[in-house]
Design a protein. Sequence first.
Length: 398
Amino acid sequence: MTAVMTIPGHIDPVPVPRPVFAVDDARLNLVGLSKEAIRAALEEAGLDARQAKLRAKQLWHQIYNRGATGFDAMSDIAKGQRAWFAERFRIARPKVEVQQVSTDGTRKWLLQTDDGHDYEMVFIPDADRGTLCVSSQVGCTLNCRFCHTGTMRLVRNLNPDEIVGQVMLARDALGEWPSQPEGRLLSNIVMMGMGEPLYNFDNVRDALKIVMDGDGIALSKRRITLSTSGVVPMMARAGEEIGVNLAVSLHAVTKEVRDEIVPLNRKYGIEELLAACAAYPGANNARRITFEYVMLKDKNDSDEDARELVRLIRKYKLPAKVNLIPFNPWPGALYECSDPERVQRFSDIIFEAGISAPVRRPRGRDIMAACGQLKSAAEKKSRAELDRLAEEKQAALA
Ligand code: SAH
Ligand code: SF4
């Protein structure tokens, strides 16, 4: 395992990128490389320019359209050359440690990186479609107080292969190769797993570009949503360079409460965040920005909060919808979920102002796969940390 980076402080410690080495396989993984990078790798390995270009195109199609996991079955490439590829390259998925299935059909995978870090992905099926919830980091450097991932210590950015690899694994599991234009069960992707995607911008962008490529996995940008807790300086670039739908974890409408529950707010405040939303490229009435709002009992769930939320959305003229997320509990959490009647009333106030505000049905709670519950089981807390959490909980309840 690589050395564990400790997280210095609570606000905005951007993780330091570190090189990752495959432990037992020195062959270059083609997954996660751009088409151009594959071409360059082939040239470097000895193919001439024309061959490299042609083979890169074929490999891309095999890997991302057909879901190849090795070179053997690539009938459009001569046998000898297949063996030559296999000596130098691999087409590797993330390693699966554990798979779990919820009583409601939600599936969770515990995955492991080559250097021994755990992360998770979740698939949420519906009748004729389904959403894959993809992780962008191992853990998260932000410490939103209601989020289980935020209590994790280990952090490293996931690389493009580890991000695209999640989508490929889900397709393997659903038997959805080769790419079909219609009728896919894996129809949508949300960057809402572990981590803050805008703190791993380059890798998330490169990975999503691969996922959106029409010759490969070919998922439309309209079916991909990136969720951020409010990394304001990266939002415009996300719109310009990735162009997917934006979701913003707002969760509170006053500085006092948001500072407490989403500590990043101390750095980028609510008004600044909403101004960045108003400027988000590509947002319009047909493609609304989603505001996520976790319902925490007696914390952010009053009528007044709902009315303030409406006022803010109007003030910034935002093409918005609001997703109300009942708080999902986890061991040691300091908060409780608002009562169902309270959630309904909150939703009604927003809805009566002409803004859609559905209440999200929790999925996969029994396997700890719901929003905010992801945290690798392998990570253990120190005694001192457990004591501190217990004290905080006592104080909060007093
Ligand atoms: N880091 C990104 C994306 C991952 S979290 C972000 O914060 O936006 C996906 C969503 O689940 C976020 O809106 C997050 O605030 C919310 N969430 C976190 N913990 C939760 C919990 N315990 N219950 C319900 N939602 C939670
Ligand atoms: Fe990180 Fe998002 Fe959890 Fe906040 S809610 S700690 S940003 S994963």
